[in-house]
Ligand binder design. Structure first.
Ligand code: PEP
Length: 264
């Protein structure tokens, strides 16, 4: 079941990069490219996920960009509201700063920063209740893929959150399929393998919610200009979550163009 009428999204995940001055320069370069080669929001939606301290400055700097660019938080607290929780940024505080999107479930947070299923569910519940939209990341490890468990693992990660997402809240969720072995390694899943997994994810979503055929499913894992065209041509790949290549304005713009051209 193809979700090919979905407007693609290309989102840059800057992770713990770059330094402030470099980020400002990167944004200016990207803005210039958007002037030279415009990407219309009907063809492709753009997003950037900077570090938490740069969320509002990045948003301000992009306000006059030739194409709208959504600002995405890389994380949100498991604790809701406000209070004595040193170092935390709640969903409500993000919303109050006009940040409407958040990444949840990225494999780096699952593997390195203690985001287990209990924490992920709390984050998802808080984000949705505060009116945020979520990019929920799923993906299997190399060992799981080699053991033939990739689909089972990924579909379980989606079922895991179904109990905290209310029926109408599925419209506020995107999925990012990011095989862990392809993140930051230069190895990309072949377009055929990525499409096969996206198709399975689409089928699972359609079983979970009547909104399933309209849910955006991004691919992530060493997406670069060289592989973006092939990935963009796959019917169930509705965009990309881009790490390393989003730190280069030209590469990120080319990836967005590849997805935008699918809509021409
Ligand atoms: C990511 O971390 O979301 C990602 C896809 O990284 P990269 O593009 O560098 O593999």
């Amino acid at each position: 079941m193809s979700g090919s009428t979905i407007i693609p999204w290309v989102v840059g995940n800057w992770k713990m990069n770059p330094m402030h001055a470099d980020a400002q320069q990167l944004i200016e370069q990207f803005k210039q490219l958007l002037i030279e080669q415009h990407i219309s929001p009907e063809q492709c939606q753009l997003g950037i996920a900077p570090v938490a301290i740069a969320l509002t400055s990045t948003k301000q700097q992009l306000e006059n960009a030739a194409s709208p660019v959504h600002i995405v938080a890389q994380d949100v607290s498991r604790i809701a509201g406000t209070g004595a929780y040193t170092g935390e940024v709640s969903a409500e505080l993000l919303k109050d700063s006009q940040i409407h999107w958040v990444l949840i479930g990225h494999s780096e947070r699952r593997e390195l920063l203690g985001d287990d299923l209990k924490i992920l569910k709390e984050k998802i519940k808080n984000a949705l209740n505060a009116g945020l939209k979520i990019i929920y990341c799923v993906g299997e490890s190399l060992e799981q893929r080699e053991a033939g468990q990739a689909a089972q693992v990924v579909l379980q990660q989606i079922c895991d959150i179904a109990e905290v997402v209310q029926a109408e809240q599925w419209q506020n969720i995107m999925i990012a399929y990011e095989p862990i072995w392809a993140i930051g390694t230069g190895k990309t899943a072949s377009a055929a393998d990525a499409q096969a997994m996206h198709e399975k994810i689409r089928e699972a979503l359609c079983q979970i919610t009547p909104l399933g055929s309209n849910i955006t499913i991004l691919y992530g894992g060493s997406v670069k200009p060289e592989n973006a065209v092939e990935l963009a041509a796959c019917p169930d790949i509705n965009g990309a979550l881009v790490g390393g290549a989003s730190l280069n304005a030209e590469s990120f713009h080319k990836i967005a163009q590849a997805f935008a051209q699918i809509k021409e």
